[in-house]
Design a binder for this molecule. Sequence first.
Ligand code: CP
Length: 321
Amino acid sequence: MSLTHLLDIESLNKESIYRYLSNAQSFLEVSERDIKKVPSLRGKTIINLFLEASTRTRASFEIAGKRLSADTINISGSTSSTTKGETLLDTARSLEAMNPDVLVVRHSESGSARFLANYLKTTAVANAGDGMHEHPTQALLDCLSLQQHFGDAGIEGKTIAIVGDVRHSRVARSNIWAHLKIGNRVRLVGPPTLIPPEFAATRSFGGGVEICHNLHEGLEGADIVMCLRIQLERMKDHFIPSLQEYTNEYFVSEKLISRVAPDAVVMHPGPINRGVEVESALIDGPRSLVSRQVTNGVAVRMAVLFELATSVRRSEEVKES
Ligand code: CP
């Protein structure tokens, strides 16, 4: 059995990142047709196992599977037998016994996607967000949105400022890896308690990461500003005095961006807490890529499902080839 998983961006090289982006680019037009369907994955089965809340990722993985003509089913935490004490591995093995081609997994534990990939024998695993570790399809859709914005200039040689609760953000980790591999300067901007210790400790991790605790300095000259939500649900300790005090120091507004990074685009993976980490008008304004990010999620997930599902070669096929 030959299988390709998508578990993180860290283990991808630059060529693989660009291959996913190029394939996603070619799937974009399917969503613009009257009949939004191609037969690419007819006869394939995809299971979306979402054991943590999601709106965008879950809906777009389901839509992506359906637009590729795969048989797609969804299982959520509240309706799965994990609520009766079944382990994640037993759940995944039971699903694998039904011969799916791809298992899309969202889980609150960091490393859960790789854990399952290590045990499953015939099912490719797509990480739809594992705890604070990675959210690889989010970074890919973010890069696709940037490719569309920068056009022929390309997305290399840019400065991205990632602002907010980087510590608890899998989106930030996947984007840090993606932008380092592409060759961009990455600035992590936020209070010391919300910058991951592994980055803060070295200050030059990967050769391209800067740490900045002052918002004005962090945004200065940035081409891309990625705002992040404060993830109170992952905070077991007190990382900030209060949301109001965080907002006082790190609120990203149009007035500030137009002064220190006038050409910057603004991104946010969602969900957004308008008025807490970012100004509502900025999210709805002309420099925002937020809506495009969501649209591109479908094409990116089509590309990922296509690559993973077509990597699954059953033993008979392997023998024949
Ligand atoms: N960006 C993102 O992962 O959003 P959801 O949690 O709604 O899927």
